[in-house]
Design a protein around this ligand. Structure first.
Ligand SMILES: Nc1nc2c(ncn2[C@@H]2O[C@H](COP(=O)(O)OP(=O)(O)O)[C@@H](O)[C@H]2O)c(=O)[nH]1
Ligand SMILES: [Mg+2]
Length: 310
């Protein structure tokens, strides 16, 4: 069953404005005033690719491939070069075949989703957005506020939960997050909620004790529901660059990640990080955040992403 599907091409396009401006307009401007692109000038777009956080390895590969392909073309206009680069970028997303527009689906009740990530990545906001989408698709959703570390976390989640119109389970700050998770799971089970979303405290992947705490939360979950969590999603700030890869690798050691959420793509020209992530990790991108409002979360779809970007 599909949990929900939320893609608006218009919002996606708008959300990717800054990256498009730098990437697409940047490439076109590099060759402005020239009727034909000189093969040797193709190297000049490397800097643009790098400034969008596409990563140096990938940038080199894209340029090499684009040059080879462009050589075979009779049409040497900048528009044709852009078409080739678009094709190269699309291929990167499609090669991560695990990314192919599989909409978020569930077959368990409660379907348990654990959200993890570093501080400020957008976990709480994303949970609210997920909750809103799930509720709108007529499924019941409960939120566990297991960020017991930050005093204001409960309040923040409450405000959001209110906006999304869903219930939340919370405890005093400072209490054991695993116990909030324990209680929430039991409530979700006994009251037959369709989905349980678990918010967690932000933690640096370099802090071993906090990473152990995540493993403990995981153990509590699987003790109550053996095959849960059904999804463990790492939230990554789209401005993170290369560090996104490190974060994913490190978190994956403590909890086995089933997917990624890349947030704040609207606020950055560095949306090229999506390509770097697809090329380096074997973890699917499930959602992207393209704004601060509750409806600014979308399912990630490779084809639509490329089309919106260009
Ligand atoms: N522009 C933009 N801001 C976002 C997005 N997602 C989250 N934020 C903002 O990022 C900040 C941190 O978000 P929060 O959910 O509290 O992060 P957490 O510490 O991981 O729970 C907040 O100001 C959010 O409004 C997004 O997709 N776009
Ligand atoms: Mg939070």
């Amino acid at each position: 069953m599909t949990l929900f599907k939320n893609i608006s091409f218009i919002s996606l396009k708008k959300g990717l404005n800054k990256t498009r401006e730098r990437l697409v307009n940047g490439i076109l401007e590099t060759f402005s005033g020239k009727a034909q692109v000189d093969i040797k000038d193709i190297d000049e777009i490397e800097e643009i690719l790098l400034s969008c956080d596409i990563g140096s390895q990938l940038a080199t590969k894209i340029i090499e491939n684009a040059r080879k392909e462009f050589l075979k073309e009779t049409d040497r206009t900048k528009d044709n070069l852009l078409r080739i680069i678009k094709g190269e970028l699309k291929q990167i997303l499609l090669d991560g075949s695990f990314n192919k527009s599989e909409f978020f689906s569930y077959n368990k009740s409660p379907f348990v989703i654990l959200i993890v990530g570093v501080n400020g990545a957008g976990k709480t906001t994303t949970i609210a957005k997920l909750a809103d989408n799930i509720r709108k698709s007529d499924k019941s959703v409960l939120i566990a506020s297991a960020d017991t570390f930050r005093a204001a976390a409960n309040e923040q989640l409450e405000t959001w939960a209110e906006r999304a119109g869903v219930e939340i389970i919370k405890r005093q700050s400072g209490s054991d997050p695993a116990s909030v998770v324990y209680d929430s799971l039991n409530i979700a089970k006994s009251k037959h909620y369709d989905v349980l979303l678990i918010d967690t405290a932000g933690r640096l992947h370099t802090k071993t004790n906090l990473m152990k705490e995540l493993s403990k939360i995981n153990n509590v979950i699987s003790k109550i529901i053996p095959d849960a969590p059904h999804e463990t999603l790492l939230t990554i700030d789209g401005n993170t660059g290369q560090n996104a890869i490190t974060q994913a690798e490190e978190f994956n050691k403590s909890v086995s990640l089933t997917g990624l959420i890349i947030t704040k793509l609207d606020g950055t020209a560095k949306g090229g990080v999506i390509f770097q992530i697809c090329a380096s990790l074997k973890i699917p991108i499930k959602f992207i955040g393209i704004g601060e409002r509750i409806d600014d979360l979308q399912n990630f779809d490779s084809n639509l992403f490329i089309d919106a970007l260009f």
